[in-house]
Design a protein. Structure first.
Ligand code: KG4
Ligand code: ZN
Length: 367
């Protein structure tokens, strides 16, 4: 069976053909996976501009789908089904994929399956590694999301934690911006941190109170929070640049306000490493705490931030300590792509999931 997946939830226009083969251990094979990234367009603005994103999806989608079909060595007529990301994401971006998928499915007379973007990230692990030992705990960590899922059996995703404010990738991007490092910040901070002292600055780890961890119905949650950390980095950077006193305080005392100094390259590397240590520790503390709590047999980490070299390295160490295998997707499957949407689509297809022609994009779709 051949399924075409489409993904346009944020700033990547992606299409992929995934084949289902008769192998119970690894049933999905990627025949093609094309991603047209808009990073160069949004870099100029320091973040994704929704209006520009949807316009660029419109320009790219036909070519991306044609290339995916061509590289898979197949034809549109040979496809058995289509799958598309319905949400969550930027509504204008999602609409391009949803409308395109509905039109193509209607024209070809093929069934269409709606996919939740985070289900796609979770399925990237199954696509890459075959089935994970279950139950599993999966952390999906990207620019838009930081969520923990309990996966008791394949295709069942129970949310057991999420961020209350910024996503981890968003914190990376904002910290990179305030350090003047460019966009997207994650890969830049990851690289700089390699030559930094991760104990140079003692940024606070956000601790959750009992009420944060136990919901009113007494179920345990594993919440994240990254906006406080981002503010601490901002305060620290400002303090360093003006030698610890604020311009306003100096002005009020009638003292001359000094010109802000520039941070040295080593100071920036140290800040990057110290910030990254706190993010990675927070992510792994919650993930392994959740794994203990649900009695998981494996841990998965997916989404753009799972490309982070320290997160990957430390996760494996924690896994060895806890006696749990840790799974991460390869780099091309960790950031947004359509192969993961096609995989999630194949699973939904066999569960009987079919989208009608009234399918609409949903910016805050629940899983
Ligand atoms: O999954 P993704 O491509 O898109 C969303 O669904 O958000 O994730 C993009 C996010 C960005 O915030 C980017 O800075 C972050 O993933 N990212 C990283 C790394 N590579 C990408 N963060 C930390 N370290 C990396 N190596
Ligand atoms: Zn994503």
């Amino acid at each position: 069976m051949l399924l075409l997946g489409l993904e346009t939830s944020c700033d990547e226009t992606a299409a992929a053909v995934v084949e289902e083969v008769n192998d119970p251990v690894r049933p999905w094979r990627i025949r093609s996976s094309i991603v047209a990234s808009q990073v160069a367009i949004h870099r100029e603005w320091g973040g994704v501009v929704p209006e520009l994103a949807s316009r660029q999806h419109l320009r790219d989608i036909c070519g991306v789908v044609e290339r995916a079909v061509e590289e898979a060595g197949t034809s549109l007529a040979a496809l058995d089904a289509l799958a598309v990301t319905q949400g969550p994401g930027l509504v204008g971006s999602l609409l391009v994929g949803v409308s395109f998928a509905k039109s193509l499915a209607l024209a070809l007379g093929r069934p269409l399956v709606a996919v939740h973007h985070l289900a796609g990230h979770i399925e990237s692990l199954f696509l890459e590694h075959g089935s994970l030992p279950l139950p599993a705990v999966v952390l999906v960590v990207s620019g838009g999301h930081t969520s923990l899922f309990h996966v008791p059996e394949a295709g069942v995703y129970r949310t057991i934690g999420r961020t209350r404010d910024d996503a981890a990738g968003e914190a990376y991007d904002k910290v990179a911006k305030l350090l003047g490092l460019g966009y997207p910040g994650g890969p830049i901070i990851d690289t700089l941190a390699k030559d930094g002292n991760d104990r140079a600055v003692d940024f606070p780890v956000s601790r959750m109170t009992h009420r944060d961890r136990v919901a009113p119905d007494r179920t345990v949650r594993f919440e994240f929070s990254f906006s406080g950390l981002k503010t601490s980095v901002l305060r620290y950077v400002r303090g360093q640049r003006i030698d610890g006193a604020s311009d306003a305080a100096r002005g009020a005392r009638g003292e001359p306000v000094p010109q802000p100094r520039t941070l040295s390259a080593q100071e920036v590397r140290d800040i990057a490493a110290s910030f990254q240590r706190v993010v990675v520790e927070t992510l792994l503390d919650r993930t392994f705490g959740a794994a203990r709590w649900v009695g998981a047999k494996s841990v998965g980490i997916a989404g753009g931030v799972s490309a982070n070299s320290r997160l990957r390295r430390d996760a494996v160490i924690r896994g060895q300590e806890a006696g749990l295998p840790v799974f991460v997707p390869s780099l091309h499957l960790s950031t947004d792509n359509a192969a993961m949407i096609a995989a999630a689509g194949l699973r939904r297809f066999h569960e009987g999931g079919r989208a009608g022609w009234s399918l609409n994009a949903e910016a805050s779709l629940a899983i």
